[in-house]
Design a protein around this ligand. Structure first.
Ligand code: IMP
Ligand code: MG
Length: 430
């Protein structure tokens, strides 16, 4: 099976970074295909921890080519900083290890300024975005004003003209609607032209062809999802979503591929749930409850991009089943099982009560979702520390009850269980 898509099946932060790092030992390519620097993928290898935002989580493996596809919104400043800091720590030494599609969308300071101004103005209706300019950059693309990665390498006069055209309206909005002083275009121009020298080595003019040929030659290609199914622009908890297609299907449009044969799709879920930013979260535990505090503190649930405290709650099976269906996932990786050690009880949402009705399907309308009451099944918690467990058989009977129940419910095999951030804290079930 040459292609494997690793996809978040909750609200992001499921642990995709760790999985990609592990799976990369057998890969030829790792591809970031959507989103931007809103993502934060944490990797811990031999005591060294790094967080990547735009570069694929395969950077610890010099033999893997890291690709950024045309579906990504490229924060040039963040990207250059990330490349330089990775190089400092001895990664990405070979420039050929990274390729960036010429058709990726440039995300510039004005996008960030607009994202932040909107959130500031929204007061009660805040989405709780990462403030990284993601929405405005995708808007530029959709309204056909965006500059693409290839535009960065145009002659100075052409680049400056395009920048002025792209941001004419944004500057007006910032100044006259949001009462902000827009960052001058000339300043952006002076800044980004200096990035050419750092980035020119990574240009890829036809990534869809490169991937097509790689897959034809049976090369192993990992597609690294960012965010999660419930943040998908069309199928997530709209409007509390991100601005890209976070589902496996998004790989096709972002990379210009038509999969045949079908890829393998692995859904990633935490053994509980978290969400960062606003929006419905039916199984949320109050932040000051015993379980809420336990999950937040033991799980170290702080946003890797914004440092925000993540909201924490129980595993939500209707939501997980919805994500598995949307993605056509064939297997599941269950992350952070060790975090549940020491709870008094563990709850899993098995259905929702809406008025007098019990439903098992995840409601797609915000109106319905805001009314649901979770129906829980309760499990006895365990006290054993799982962080050194090496095989499924070593798990305590109570932990096994919990994972067996999940795997029966989701009807796909749990292929991987993670019991800690390091590579070695991983159980392979198949
Ligand atoms: P945006 O993607 O910055 O526009 O933010 C939209 C929503 O998606 C907000 O609720 C963010 O907190 C959330 N979000 C975006 N990226 C991530 C991520 O990588 N992990 C978790 N939540 C994210
Ligand atoms: Mg994250």
């Amino acid at each position: 099976m040459p292609a494997l898509i690793v996809i978040g099946s909750q609200w992001g932060d499921e642990g995709k970074g760790k999985l990609i790092d592990i799976l990369s030992s057998k890969a030829d390519f790792a591809v970031r295909y959507q989103g931007g620097a809103n993502a934060g993928h944490t990797l811990k290898v031999q005591g060294e921890q790094i967080i990547v935002h735009l570069i694929p989580s395969a950077v610890f493996h010099p033999q893997v080519k890291c690709l950024i596809s045309g579906g990504v919104v490229l924060d040039l400043e963040g990207l250059c900083e990330e490349i330089q800091s990775l190089k400092k720590s001895g990664k990405l030494e070979n420039d050929k290890q990274l390729l960036i599609s010429d058709s990726a969308t440039l995300l510039l300071d004005q996008h960030k300024q607009l994202d932040q101004a909107r959130e500031e103005r929204a007061e009660k209706a805040k989405i709780g975005t990462t403030g990284k300019g993601i929405g405005p950059a995708y808007e530029s693309r959709a309204s056909r004003r965006a500059l693409l990665f290839s535009d960065l390498f145009e002659e100075d006069t052409v680049l400056l003209r395009k920048l002025k055209e792209q941001f004419k309206e944004t500057q007006y909005l910032l100044k006259n609607f949001y009462n902000k002083e827009p960052i001058p275009i000339d300043q952006t121009f002076e800044k980004i032209k200096n990035y050419r020298e750092i980035l020119k080595a990574y240009r890829c003019s036809n990534m869809s062809l490169l991937l097509y040929q790689a897959l034809k030659q049976n090369k192993k290609v990992l597609f690294e999802g960012a965010q999660g199914a419930l943040l998908d622009l069309y199928h997530g908890t709209y409007p509390y979503v991100t601005s890209s297609s976070t589902l496996a299907g998004g790989v096709l449009s972002a990379c210009g591929l038509a999969f045949s044969p079908a890829p393998k799709i692995m859904a990633v879920a935490k053994a509980y749930s978290t969400r960062v930013g606003a929006g419905p979260f039916p199984t949320e535990c109050p932040a000051d409850s015993f379980s809420g505090r336990h999950l937040q503190e033991t799980g170290q649930e702080f946003g890797a991009t914004t440092g925000r405290r993540r909201r924490c709650g129980w595993l939500d099976l209707p939501a997980l089943k919805y994500a598995i269906r949307l993605n056509g996932a064939g297997s599941l990786a269950l992350m952070k099982l060790d975090v549940l050690t020491g709870l008094k009880e563990i709850k899993v949402c098995v259905a929702y009560q809406i008025g007098s009705k019990t439903v098992e399907d995840f409601p797609v309308q915000l109106r319905d979702l805001s009314k649901v009451q979770p129906v829980y099944k309760s499990f006895k918690a365990w006290e054993e520390d799982l962080s050194a467990v090496q095989a499924k058989e070593e798990l305590s009977a109570l932990a096994l009850d919990y994972i067996n129940f999940i795997s029966e419910e989701v009807k796909i095999p749990i292929e991987i269980i993670s019991v800690g951030p390091s590579r070695s804290q991983t159980l392979y079930l198949y």
